[in-house]
Design a protein around this ligand. Structure first.
Ligand code: ATP
Length: 320
């Protein structure tokens, strides 16, 4: 297997080496290819996503990705958004798992408000929100197929009472759900955020559009200990990229204090995707054991460093 490892910027450079080390322990025979991209790469080379990096991403069996910094410069486009588009990683899967709940947020990843169709006029700036039939059908099918393997229920979340594009999204999703026989319910995104936090046990799969899924999953981080704990998968027909939900966190970058759990669990999702379910389970067990015995990074009220926490996971993994 060829795994491309792209730490990117900020804490990506700290949490990804921990996750990579764990993958190397479980699969020493695989090839791990480091790739340069992100804002630091832009500063050094003049491009944030060099051609050879993109080529490596397209050739990989799977990608382990950290985080990238996107400066508030209208001429700079987000590297991760470009990669999602280039590799057509249309399904963003964000599991939220805790005591008494196991939720999978399925977020459409290539269109919606992040379609990248934006322009500046004299006295206003516009971002076009795109919801296509093909884009909606494929994400609806992904969510329904997941629900079939899980508890068999999909909540479709958006703002269809206000936005015509979401009413369109709903119509297509309902058609797909009815054809599949999977149970579904509809919820407006604002009410859904609150209800998810109050009653997480009521949810199985949540299907939503791009920006709403982004916000909903960050908010759901509240249920599992914050952003440092949330992994994700970006899946397309031919490519797959795994990354922590969090960003490059410039406020704590370089301090070896970032929580690597999101990155390590993303590596577990990568293994699961490649068919190593047992390896993925081992990683989750090791994290749970470490946390259970009191290993906590700063964001969790502990004093473990990023690398120190990683060593604990390695210790649990290699315990015989
Ligand atoms: P983006 O726009 O890429 O999401 P952001 O700066 O808005 O970036 P994050 O980089 O995710 O968001 O950071 C949000 C907050 O969460 C910051 O205060 C950051 O320090 C904290 N944070 C994010 N990830 C972690 C982590 N792994 N461990 C500890 N704190 C984290």
């Amino acid at each position: 297997m060829q795994i491309v490892v792209a730490p990117g910027d900020g804490i990506g450079k700290e949490v990804i080496p921990v996750a990579e080390k764990i993958l190397r322990i479980l699969h020493p025979d695989w090839e791990y290819i480091p790739v340069l991209l992100g804002y630091d790469c832009f500063v050094k080379t003049g491009t944030a996503l060099p051609k050879e990096s993109l080529m490596a991403l397209t050739r990989a069996d799977a990608i382990l990705f950290g985080a990238v910094t996107t400066p508030p410069d209208p001429d700079y486009s987000s590297v991760i958004l470009s990669i999602r588009k280039e590799l057509d990683l249309y399904a963003n899967l964000r599991p939220i798992i805790g005591h008494g709940f196991d939720i999978m947020i399925v977020r459409e990843n290539t269109e919606g408000l992040y379609a990248g169709i934006e322009w500046q006029e004299k006295d206003r700036a516009c971002s076009l929100r795109v919801v296509s039939e093909a884009g909606t059908r494929r994400i609806a099918r992904t969510a329904l197929a997941l629900a079939k393997k899980r508890k068999g229920h999909v909540t479709i979340g958006n703002k269809a009472n206000i936005l015509k594009s979401d009413a369109y999204f709903n119509r297509i999703c309902i058609g797909e759900a009815e054809a599949s026989g999977i149970r579904y319910s509809l919820k407006y995104i604002d009410a859904l955020v609150l209800d998810l936090l109050q009653h997480p046990d009521r949810y199985d799969v949540i299907l939503t559009t791009n920006i709403f899924g982004d916000i909903l999953s960050d908010a759901a981080g509240y249920l599992v200990g914050g952003l440092g704990c949330l992994p994700s998968a970006n899946i397309g027909e031919r490519h797959a990229l795994f990354e922590p939900v969090h960003g490059s966190a410039p406020d704590i970058a370089g301090t070896n204090t970032a929580n690597p759990v999101a990155a390590i669990r993303s590596a577990a999702m990568l293994l699961e995707h490649l068919g190593d379910t047992a390896g993925a389970a081992k990683i989750h067990d090791a994290i749970n054991q470490a946390i259970h015995t009191g290993c906590r990074t700063h964001d969790q009220g502990g004093s473990y460093t990023t690398s120190g926490f990683g060593e604990e996971i390695v210790r649990w993994l290699t315990k015989t």
